[in-house]
Write a protein that binds this ligand. Structure first.
Ligand code: GDP
Length: 611
């Protein structure tokens, strides 16, 4: 077949061979793989009706569409797929319980608390944690490790429940977006005095999309104006129908403030798990699970709270978690006690990793340290390669395609480092939501936990990025390097402050917008012919002031006769003046001769509009 051409240019053409592209690839990446010129792919896609630049990430469908056009079989590989393949090359399967039914044992449900802001998610999590501590340690010193386990008695049996201790659905969706399923049941907190609110419905949508059963905690029943029945009625609209209304959803009326109704809520969670889920896992295999929270501890190094999903995690196990690896040196529970083993659904704080993982990263116990190190190194290499590709992308964007379509698109490139993964994610989330219009965008090319390193600064130099340190500082030579190379490094400890400043910076990148400000009007009452200059208008200033060198237009009977004029000369009697005020006569030269008595001259200036 003849290769298709566009505008006389031959397009690259394959023989149906497979091309593997990571999700979020650009046309440049595609071009690289098939040895073509990126510009030709841009044109080919334009021909198919889609306009993108060579360095813009495009959707899976677009990659496939373009592949089909050029006769390549495009296989889009997600980061999760890539990781699965990496693990498979070490003979590790993540996410599957080994053995058969007989090897599985019941495990406690894992619960996330969601709901509208201020409806009492945090208070509820605190109340449950403080009144019901597993192991009968009520009153013990609890600490926030990102998750905790409580027990409750249902029908004479002691039952455990694991709570993820970060309220809100951001954490939930962020993990889900990465393919990590951490939650079995969602507790939807709705304040009885406030009812269903936007984030309530959002939470419902997220839970339903994930196929996670909901238990409703109707909170603040101690408050005046509390109307728990109204909450029940409102939620029926979303398909959440209480048992007493003939539905299947468990509701519990609680007061997180007074610690009331908590047992009923825990029971509702257990009953829902029993009725709707069959939660089992094999406790006898090598442990696997996900990281829920992680940070760099001054004394203890990287610490991560992991949720064991299958298998049993033990001190001394060789483990890989995100880009970190190591032997489990110690495990602590939410009371700060050491734990020797953690069975399925048990959250524990793990010490001994080489690097801080991100929330949602999987953890896997592997045969030995060597395998753990190799997997971690391969992951790290892949992340670095992706970052580099992104920063390279910016160069090409500027060099080749800056004006291709939208004119000049400006972009603020950021590197975010923070003390805990939760705050880095929250900050990134908030920053990427700042919207100042289409002309400027924001892109985060690296995010991570820990001090700002030389490597961060180097990446910032290479990609013209601003470095943000949230509760962290540059280490060693990083600050010197940043100073020397003029890298903008900013420190924050309050998220809102960071948002304000970045928003201001983005606005500053916008091209200034000007508006016209009227200065004055003058009526022409006489016309003087001046040799070599032309007609000069003898005027009476009717309003405002007329200034020399200001912009002007000529208006006759309400119609603009000439625009884009300048007050080139301004005189009172024989004297040149710079300004004439309302009620005074003057001579105005505007470099335009076709003037008539009765015309008016309007003067104005262009002022920059604040954004
Ligand atoms: P979140 O934004 O959903 O995490 O809400 P918080 O847990 O921070 O609670 C918001 C406010 O509601 C705080 O001032 C709490 O003290 C208050 N609050 C939470 N639960 C109750 C409750 O059961 N009764 C009353 N009266 N106030 C509550």
């Amino acid at each position: 077949m003849q290769a298709p051409t566009i505008g006389g240019e031959r397009l690259p053409r394959g023989n149906g061979e497979a091309v593997r592209l990571p999700r979020g690839s650009t046309l440049s990446d595609f071009a690289d793989k098939i040895g073509a010129n990126p510009a030709s792919l841009v044109k080919a896609l334009l021909h198919l009706g889609e306009m993108v630049t060579a360095t813009q990430s495009v959707s899976d469908e677009t990659l496939q569409l373009l592949g089909a056009e050029l006769n390549y079989e495009v296989q889009v590989v997600s980061p999760e797929d890539e990781d699965r393949e990496l693990l498979e090359s070490f003979d590790i399967e993540f996410g599957e319980d080994l053995g058969d039914e007989g090897d599985r044992a019941a495990r406690p449900p894992v619960v996330t608390v969601m709901g509208h802001v201020d409806h009492g998610k945090t208070k509820l999590l605190d109340a449950i944690r403080n009144t019901n501590v597993a192991g009968g340690e009520a009153g013990g010193i609890t600490q926030h490790i990102g998750a905790y386990q409580v027990s409750t008695e249902v029908d004479g049996n002691e039952r455990k429940i694991t709570f993820i201790d970060t309220p809100g659905h951001q954490a939930f969706t962020a993990m889900r977006a990465r393919g990590a399923k951490s939650t079995d049941i969602a507790v939807l907190v709705v304040a009885a005095d406030d009812g269903v609110k936007p984030q309530t419905t959002e939470a419902v949508e997220h839970a339903q999309a994930a196929g996670v059963p909901i238990v409703v905690a109707v909170n603040k029943i101690d408050k005046e104006g509390a109307d728990p029945q109204r909450v029940r009625a409102q939620l029926t609209e979303y398909g959440i129908v209480a048992e007493e209304f003939g539905g299947e959803t468990q509701f519990a009326d609680v007061s997180a403030l007074q610690g009331k109704g908590l047992d009923g809520l825990l029971e509702a969670v257990v009953l829902t798990a029993d009725a709707e889920l069959d939660l089992r896992a094999n406790p006898r295999q090598k442990a696997q699970g996900i990281a829920i929270e992680a940070h760099l501890d001054r004394g203890r190094g990287p610490v991560a709270t992991v949720l064991v999903q299958r298998g049993t995690l033990r001190v001394g196990d060789a483990i890989v978690c995100g880009e970190g690896y190591g032997r489990v040196r110690a495990m602590l529970d939410e009371n700060g006690n050491s734990v020797a083993e953690a069975p399925p659904s048990r959250p524990v704080l793990v010490l001994g990793l080489t690097a801080v993982p991100s929330a949602g990263d999987n953890f896997i116990v592997v045969p030995d340290d060597r395998v753990a190190r190799q997997i971690a190194e391969r992951r790290e290499a892949r992340v670095r390669a992706a970052e580099l590709a992104q920063s390279r992308g910016r160069r090409t964007l500027e060099e080749l395609f800056s004006d291709l379509e939208k004119g000049e698109v400006q972009e603020l490139v950021l590197i975010i480092k923070g003390d805990v993964s939760g705050s880095v994610e929250a900050l990134e989330d908030a920053l990427t939501k700042i919207d100042v219009g289409d002309e400027v965008g924001l892109r985060v090319i690296r995010r991570g936990v820990g001090a700002i390193t030389q490597d961060d600064v180097n990446l910032a130099i290479a990609s013209d990025a601003v470095v943000i340190g949230f509760n962290v500082r540059p280490e060693g030579k990083a600050r010197e390097l940043a100073d020397h190379e003029g890298v903008d490094v900013r420190f924050y400890s309050v998220i809102y402050q960071a948002i304000d400043e970045i928003e201001a910076a983005l606005k500053g990148m916008l091209k200034p917008e000007y508006e016209e400000v009227q200065l004055g009007t003058a009526e022409i009452v006489e016309i003087f012919k001046v040799p070599r200059i032309g007609n000069v208008a003898g005027c009476m200033v009717r309003s405002g002031t007329v200034n020399r060198a200001s912009k002007a237009r000529l208006v006759r009977d309400g119609v603009v006769v000439a625009d884009n004029l300048t007050v080139s000369s301004l005189r009172r009697f024989k004297d040149d003046v710079t300004e004439v005020r309302e009620g005074f006569e003057c001579g105005i030269g505007i470099g335009y001769s076709d003037i008539k008595i009765g015309d008016s001259i309007e003067t104005f200036e262009m002022r920059e509009k604040p954004r």
